[in-house]
Design a protein around this ligand. Sequence first.
Ligand code: AMP
Ligand code: GLY
Length: 425
Amino acid sequence: MRVLIIGAGGREHAIAAAMKKSPRVDALFCVPGNAGIAGIAECEPSIGVMEFDRIVSYAKEKAIDLVFVAPDDPLAAGLVDRLESAGFRVFGPRKDAAILEGSKAFSKDLMKKYHIPTAAYETFDDAKEASAYLEHASMPIVLKADGLALGKGVLICNTLEEAKAGVKEIMEDKHFGEAGNRMVVEEFLTGREVSVLAFVDGRTVKTMTSAQDHKRAGDGDQGPNTGGMGCFSPSPFYTKEVDEYCRRYIYQPTVDAMAAEGREFKGVIFFGLILTPQGPKVLEYNARFGDPETQVVLCRMKNDILDVVDACIDGKLDKIELEFEDNAAVCVVLASEGYPVSYEKGFEITGLERFDGESGCYCFHAGSKLDEAGRIVTNGGRVLGVTAKADTLAQARRKAYEATEWVSFANKYMRHDIGKAIDEA
Ligand code: AMP
Ligand code: GLY
């Protein structure tokens, strides 16, 4: 089979690595891809993920049998629908289902209607009304831009002044662009956060092993929110009891709710959960694999990813038993100093050859490219995801941090406490 992956990050590199292991994949392509993915797939860096016409033409030219759409923007904008109407077999939710991530107001209303546990909330289209509401709200409070904002459109405000400034930032100054035309104001919840990714075929939902992301830029969860600075899997806080509760009250009800709304969901749902004293609740849904969660989850999956993808597309996921290795993985993101605010790129990356596939360490490329001289250079805020597998989380953590020393580039920045809370738990 000839498979095309859409996307350019560490997540897509991890998906490509899983595809590469499938004996059923004859040829692998990626648009636009990056310098790491180019080592295992044919990439076309000149085509952007939102250039739908060019993607369709490329898929035709390469006689692609299956397209895997990984990032949120093209999913929300309907790339799956577009490719399907051009006759392609595609993995990912259609536009009407990708709204589960594309609009926080939609997902909150869905959870309310179908009694799926989540934080109490109000939705506002008007900044003045939002500010008036906040006068009487208890603090801290959470403000969320309705639309897609690269995982950064969430503000946690401790005082009324901060909250009012937040409304201005989101709705008036349009800090997150059009995503801020509408805003959700949400009750602040406390508890451990866990991410659970699940394959969905429209009716059946099969969860993967759990993971935990570290969203803040700095050690000790300080600094601004990012796309994710590192991750570990599994989460020791995701117990059998929590899993049973979530299956019953969150996972299946979400898939059933989407079907009942006429928005059958096929693809991956990322459940962002918080384990509150009142039980697990949904913080957010994503309509796709997470980044960097995918890096620590897929490297532990025993199934042939293509079998699972086929089962999702064909509505046969009930026939698949997902299996994961009984070990742990940790991913430490190597970023460009200054991410997520401002950073320089174009610096040469060296030492990548040490990741030879033998050591249980992987280096997934998030933001890299080949320059004119054929050197691999930094090309983004998140540059690499150094990932290690071992028997225990503590061992995987040690191994991943050791491997972060193998690579060098100017302005290399990382957090030093990925998975640390677990050692201490
Ligand atoms: P989201 O993109 O909705 O997952 O939000 C990003 C991060 O903001 C989450 O991972 C949480 O750490 C935090 N967050 C979001 N919603 C809430 C909430 N209702 N209460 C507390 N923290 C939240
Ligand atoms: N790591 C969080 C996300 O992919 O949205």
